[in-house]
Design a protein around this ligand. Structure first.
Ligand code: SAH
Length: 250
């Protein structure tokens, strides 16, 4: 082996290890999936132009796009939908529920403004994809799901992929997760008819909640709920959206 080839191979080995470490464990990625994911990011960026008012700028936070560019969405969609895993639309995940449209995940994550030491609550675990995106940006994520079958499969999926800063909970997310409150940020991924008071109570002063509000049969809007340092709550309405309804437990 020549003097040049050996260091080159060593460098490649180091590079490969770095790439492998950057990916969640158990996520095998094909070149096609990587290309589809890059295309998905471009679509998200294009859609962001239509959300300029909500975002206050034309672009989604690059840190959010970076995470979504790494994360294998295909690992969160059913086997029979793999060819659509990177399409910019919601997909069925069983139990009449859906994994949200990638643009909406990017938008909600951006609006949430998560910081590295934040403790975040997600209501509506579903596939676990949104929780995984949050886990890459926050210190700790709690995600609550009301359907036992989904809660179980998402917990297993997140575990297999090495997300050890996500804790999944089974229950009615209308009441939040009292044992882990208060939260720096709360994202609700199912539409409520109004903002649940227990979630406002579990928001830290200075915290922020993103939640779709409206009836399941008519228009819903993405709302930004902010609690200031004095505990005063201010609510703003942004884009029209369409989410599955926040159902209620007993
Ligand atoms: N965030 C998910 C998609 C959410 S779909 C993802 O990334 O895949 C909305 C989810 O909210 C569904 O799984 C639904 O079962 C759940 N849900 C509905 N009502 C709920 C409630 N009251 N408490 C907790 N989860 C609820």
């Amino acid at each position: 082996m020549s003097q040049i080839t050996r260091p080159l191979l060593r460098m490649l080995a180091v590079l490969w290890t770095a790439v492998a470490l950057a990916l969640p464990a158990g996520a095998a990625d094909t070149a096609e999936q990587r290309a589809d994911r890059t295309a998905m990011l471009r679509t998200i960026e294009r859609h962001a132009q239509s959300a300029t008012d909500a975002l206050g700028r034309e672009h989604i936070d690059p840190a959010v796009l970076d995470v979504m560019g790494q994360l294998p969405r295909h690992a969160f969609v059913p086997d029979n939908m793999q060819d659509q895993a990177y399409d910019d639309r919601p997909l069925p995940i069983g139990y009449s529920q859906t994994i949200s449209q990638p643009f909406i995940v990017a938008l909600m994550t951006d609006l949430l403004g998560v910081e590295a030491d934040d403790v975040v609550l997600e209501v509506g675990t579903g596939s676990g994809y949104q929780a995984a995106v949050l886990a890459e940006l926050a210190h700790e994520v709690h995600s609550i799901e009301i359907i036992p079958g989904l809660a179980e499969s998402a917990a297993e999926r997140l575990d297999t992929q090495g997300f050890d800063n996500v804790e999944t909970h089974l229950g009615d997310g209308y009441y939040g997760v009292d044992t882990a409150a208060p939260f720096d940020a709360i994202v609700v991924t199912a539409a409520a008819t109004s903002v649940p008071p227990p979630l406002i109570a579990q928001l830290k002063p200075g915290g922020r909640m993103i939640i779709p509000v409206g009836s399941s049969f008519s228009l819903q809007h993405l709302m930004i709920v902010e609690k200031d340092e004095a505990g005063r709550v201010r609510t703003r309405q942004t884009l029209p959206v369409r989410f599955v309804p926040l159902t209620r437990g007993s």
